[in-house]
Design a protein around this ligand. Structure first.
Ligand code: 2HG
Ligand code: ZN
Length: 473
């Protein structure tokens, strides 16, 4: 049995991969691998290993299995649920150095990339070749494409274009024990065998480590139009969104934000939000330039009819950019302004959006916790953030947080919704899984995990609750 002490694990990895690949406990940089963008942790690993190829990833996984050391894969660390935190110590396997864009193929409309490539870079490279990679998590400037696939990330454009899973055609994955598999395909259509790609995408690095992705691209839409509508309250904004959806328009993004979310970004963005806005809807359309102008006018009028107090259409690409920069700044601004930011990303059927927003309003009014709600209204996917300035571990505070989150999830499930629309379960939500999924469904998922990782070496303690709940269905 190999010496399980952190120093010894790091030392053995260093012998195999070289000193520049291993971040030790004595190195200040190791603290970066103990956290993500969420509120869990810190959980320091024994060490982090910075892999540069699929062979190296496989070698780490072979060693981890041999020595029974937990290994936690990590992309850019931009997750919000503690999914990449090494809660049992051991090795953090980082793919941050696997940054190569191997192919952008215009004819096949395909990109082949390594997992550490930043998502914004995938988009830029596709656009430079006249194509379009639609998934656009708000963190696209710093999240990685491998992490997006691991969590099946969404983003504003999911409303029209779908989520990461809809764009992953094929994967290369390294498994516990060191085997490397290629699953999926390069063709848009393909139904040969079971959908293994669908299994790995969204498994949060608990089945295997993604070492290469083959992505589907689209032709670039010729024109885009962006509107910002201000409303006197969230209820009116929700009504306008429902009216638009009933009207048959298909914007590529249909975002909402409440007053607290807007107020947190006012001072740090170039975009000047209307002062009386208690809620905003950010709506983006794309398509042929001729039809787009007329649709954009119609959307603005519908919003006015539904109670908007101000409708603005971005007049230039720079205005559009600053509007989106402001939207993307909401999450980091909330994090900066408060000691703890507890972000949920519940998702309800579209028809239940107004009712869900009302229930969130009641929940917020009934607690002394400050909240901010924003997100992808078109998908019914809302980021309800609890903003805490006291010590969240203080028992009274911890209790209130737990009660509020539990109620939020119960209301969501009661309306036919789901705990997570795009951030994943990770560590933060695993103990709430039973609110949505039956013991049998959880048991089948546990078996699925065991098939890939019988010794629970890979990202242990994530997604599924640790102990099976023994109760009849
Ligand atoms: C977003 O849509 C991200 O901005 C982050 O998914 C959400 O911080 C959040 O709650
Ligand atoms: Zn989001």
């Amino acid at each position: 049995m190999a010496d399980p002490s952190p120093a010894s694990i790091a030392h053995r990895l260093e012998r195999e991969f070289g000193a520049d690949r291993v971040v030790h406990a004595s190195d200040d940089r190791l603290a970066n691998y103990a956290r993500d963008e969420g509120y869990e942790g810190p959980y320091p690993p024994a060490c982090a290993v910075l892999c540069e190829s699929a062979e190296e990833v496989a070698a780490v996984l072979a060693r981890a299995e041999r020595e029974r050391v937990p290994v936690t894969p990590r992309g850019a660390g931009s997750g919000m649920t503690g999914g990449c935190l090494p809660i049992h110590g051991g090795i953090v396997l980082s793919t941050e150095r696997m940054q190569s864009v191997r192919e952008i193929d215009e004819g096949d409309l395909v990109a082949v990339v390594e997992p550490g490539v930043i998502t914004g870079e995938v988009q830029r490279r596709a656009e430079a070749a006249g194509m379009f990679y639609p998934p656009d998590p708000a963190s696209l400037a710093f999240c990685s494409i491998g992490g997006n696939a691991a969590t099946n990330a969404g983003g504003p454009r999911a409303f029209k274009y779908g989520v990461t899973r809809d764009y992953v055609l094929g994967l290369e994955v390294a498994l516990v024990g060191g085997e490397v598999l290629r699953v999926g395909r390069r063709t848009t259509k393909g139904v040969t065998g079971y959908d293994l790609v669908g299994g790995f995408v969204g498994a949060e690095g608990t089945f295997g480590v993604i070492t290469e992705l083959t992505l589907r691209l689209l032709p670039n839409p010729p024109a885009v139009s962006t509107l910002l509508c201000a409303f006197p309250d969230m209820d009116t904004a929700a009504g306008a969104i429902t009216a638009l959806m009933g009207d048959g328009v298909r914007p590529r993004a249909l975002e909402i934000a409440d007053r607290s979310a807007i107020d947190h970004v006012r001072h740090r963005t170039r975009y000047a939000f209307p002062t009386g806005a208690m809620a905003i809807a950010l709506i983006e359309l794309d398509g042929d330039p001729e039809g787009l102008e007329a649709t954009s006018i119609r959307v603005g009028e519908r919003c006015e009819d539904a109670g908007a107090i101000d409708v603005r259409v971005a007049q230039s690409s720079s205005e559009r950019r600053s509007l989106w920069d402001a939207r993307r700044a909401i999450s980091p601004a909330l994090k900066e302004a408060h000691r703890h930011k507890i972000s949920e990303d519940i998702c309800v059927p579209r028809s239940a959006l107004p009712e869900m927003l009302r229930r969130i309003g009641q929940l917020a009014a009934g607690t002394d916790i400050e909240t901010a709600t924003f997100g992808h209204a078109g998908d019914g996917n809302l980021h309800v953030n609890l903003l805490i300035d006291q010590d969240r571990h203080e028992p009274r505070v911890a209790d209130r947080i737990h009660q509020t989150v539990t109620r939020l999830f119960e209301e969501t499930v009661a309306l036919g919704g789901t705990l997570s629309g795009e951030h994943g379960i990770g560590l933060a939500k695993r103990d709430f899984m039973h609110l949505e999924q039956s013991p049998r469904v959880l048991a089948w998922q546990r078996r699925w995990k065991q098939m890939w990782d019988p010794n629970e070496i890979l990202n242990p303690g994530k997604v599924l609750p640790p102990r099976p709940r023994v109760c009849a269905e």
